[in-house]
Write a protein of this length. Structure first.
Length: 263
């Protein structure tokens, strides 16, 4: 089972024709595709969820936070000429403790709408956010696939809607790389290390996005039995249409503002 799954993922990522054809021709292709989408979405959201679980048991230490910020401010006052102004120092030292006292009071406020302990409330919120990730992915995928299927039909495609939906679920396979991006995101709290790995995470995320588009084009071509040129058009046209609609709405908005301002 594991070897078959690895072979399937490798076939999708390497644009193997037999892998795409077998998936599209399968009777339960849409069911398998939906399961694939849900699993990948949960994997991508796993590390943020685990981070949220850890945070739910951790109390916010306002005093420690204040100490760190005060040390950073003291360093700035010693090295930055702009912070060495006596008047600025006086004003800052006068208001800074009051600001942090207010932050401390706000952090201590418990919402009246919740009867749960704070840690359990945060834990359930993290769990809810994680479990809702597949729903967000499903909504975005289905909405775009419907438009892509329409344009594919207009371009002479032969795929039924179910076949098109099943084929385009393969676009989530490259986003397995986003699991690594989520893991790297946990390092963002480390100043120097987080910055270095953050760039790497951004590049990996970009690679997953571009790879996903390429898989979408390939899947559209295989499902509709036409060339990559038409498949590219069917994939890109919904996004272009959305951009044109946004641009048109912006123009209308600007015109309405200009007309109302001239009165």
């Amino acid at each position: 089972m594991t070897s078959q799954l690895v072979a399937f993922v490798r076939g999708v990522l390497t644009f193997d024709n037999s892998t795409y054809s077998a998936h599209v021709a399968s009777r339960d292709a849409l069911k398998r595709g939906l399961l694939l989408l849900v699993v990948v979405a949960l994997l991508v959201g796993l590390f943020p969820f685990l981070s949220g679980v850890v945070s739910s048991f951790r109390r916010v230490d306002i005093a420690a936070m204040q100490g760190v910020i005060e040390a950073q401010i003291e360093q700035q006052m010693q090295l930055n000429p702009a912070w060495q102004n006596p008047e600025f120092r006086q004003v800052f030292s006068e208001y800074f403790p009051a600001i942090f006292a207010m932050v401390k009071d706000i952090a201590a406020i418990k919402p009246n709408v919740s009867f749960l302990p704070n840690w359990l409330d945060r834990l359930l919120q993290a769990l809810g956010a994680w479990l809702s990730t597949p729903l967000a992915w499903l909504g975005a995928w289905a909405g775009y696939a419907l438009w892509a299927a329409l344009f594919a039909k207009l371009l002479g495609g032969r795929a039924t809607l179910e076949k098109m939906l099943a084929a385009t679920t393969l676009t989530v396979v490259p986003h397995l790389l986003d699991v690594l991006v989520s893991l790297i995101g946990l390092l963002n709290g480390i100043p120097l290390v987080g910055a270095c790995f953050g760039i790497g995470g951004w590049l990996i995320g970009l690679a997953a996005w571009v790879w996903g588009i390429a898989v979408y084009v390939k899947a559209t071509a295989m499902a509709n039995e036409f060339g990559l040129e038409k498949a590219t058009l069917a994939t890109v046209l919904p996004a272009l249409l959305a951009l044109l609609l946004v641009f048109a709405l912006l123009i209308v908005f600007v015109i309405l503002i200009a007309v109302s301002g001239s009165r």
